[in-house]
Design a binder for this molecule. Structure first.
Ligand code: BGC
Length: 348
């Protein structure tokens, strides 16, 4: 047990030295006795994921803002480093550290059983976030919740954005064949956001009357450098044919831009590139025009919802105000981002 605890603390130190996280802060209520510290455990699937690290940065700020309001809370953050086995061990550590709610960004969204079993055994509620487990798993116990967003909406918004861009400027159909030749940079295989975003952005374009041709497709695991490699291969193969790049997230859209830059292909000869997320780097690329647009994945709203729900579960107060769907889900809406409104999404 001592070794385990040491490992947990070591991780925390690593997280702190990576400049990421948050500790011993308040939860916004004054009813808690001073000597009682409430612990919330958070495990993220991979600290190098841009979207998740920004979500955690904001969570840190949000919790810190509340710190002087009363109840003392320590938030213990763990990086699962892309291993479900490690995450399962972290759940055990959270229990040993006395966490009263566990917030889990599953590594493998199809394998929540160990997390659920351990939580249930110790009667500790779990808030899963961002990587959505299937409904049957969430229904296994009444103390399981999910905070995230509606993947369908992000795909639809990205598709609508593509439609408006191509309708506004028909010259973007470079070969003038009346159809849009597109490639997809897809996130992780099996991730709910990857599958649904790809399907619905393409479906939306077709539904709105834009003929499309799928020129290429590559999985790049949400990752910028993988996307650059995959995009370079597709440019090599299809070069001028590509008129649109649909990336499942901003990091992969930026990887596509990196690929064009590395090949010294001037901006006016590049296809329309679209992302999803509205991370800081994504917003900057929209501002400079390299990224034609993106879709806001509300990391701030999700971070607030996780903390507010955790507080409500611990204190037994305020859950009704969070309006959970089916008593289990909180989903934040997506929003469209173009150069016109990108500035509004900075420092939310
Ligand atoms: C985000 C991606 C992120 C992934 C991680 C998605 O919702 O759009 O940027 O890498 O979640 O699970």
């Amino acid at each position: 047990m001592r070794t385990r605890r040491k490992r947990g603390l070591l991780l925390l130190c690593m997280m702190l030295s990576a400049g990421m996280m948050l500790f011993c802060t308040g939860c916004g209520r004054k009813t808690q006795p001073e000597d009682e510290t409430i612990r919330i455990g958070v495990s993220i699937y991979d600290q190098y994921d841009t979207f998740l690290s920004q979500l955690m940065e904001y969570m840190n700020r949000y919790v810190a803002e509340k710190k002087n309001d009363g109840m003392q809370i320590s938030v213990l953050v763990y990086d699962a480093a892309a291993s479900q086995k490690t995450q399962n061990e972290q759940v055990q550590q959270m229990i040993e550290e006395g966490c009263r709610v566990m917030c889990i960004n599953l590594v493998d969204r199809t394998a929540p059983t160990s997390v659920i079993d351990q939580a249930r055994k110790h009667n500790i509620p779990v808030i899963f976030f961002n990587r959505e487990l299937v409904e049957e798993d969430l229904m296994q116990w009444d103390q399981l919740y999910y905070v995230g967003a509606d993947a369908f909406q992000s795909g639809i918004l990205q598709g609508e954005l593509a439609v408006s861009i191509f309708e506004e400027d028909p010259s973007l159909d470079r070969n003038g064949d009346g159809a849009v030749q597109y490639v997809v940079l897809e996130g992780e295989a099996g991730h709910q956001d990857a599958i649904i975003r790809t399907e619905y952005s393409v479906k939306t374009m077709i539904d709105k009357g834009i003929p499309v041709d799928k020129t290429g497709y590559a999985i790049a695991n949400w990752n910028r450098s993988q996307a650059q490699t995959k995009m370079s291969q597709m440019i090599d193969e299809y070069r001028e044919e590509i008129e649109l790049v649909l990336a499942n997230n901003d990091d992969m859209a930026l990887g596509a831009i990196d690929a064009y830059q590395a090949l010294d292909i001037p901006e006016k000869e590049r296809p329309v590139i679209l992302g999803i997320d509205g991370t800081d780097v994504g917003l900057e690329a929209v501002r400079t025009g390299e990224l034609a647009g993106t879709v806001y994945n509300d990391k701030e709203g999700q971070a607030r919802a996780i903390v507010d729900l955790a507080c409500a579960l611990i204190t037994g107060e305020g859950k009704e105000e969070l309006s959970l769907t089916d008593g289990k889900y909180i989903r934040l809406p997506y929003e469209l981002i173009t150069a016109e409104n990108a500035a509004q999404f900075r420092n939310r």
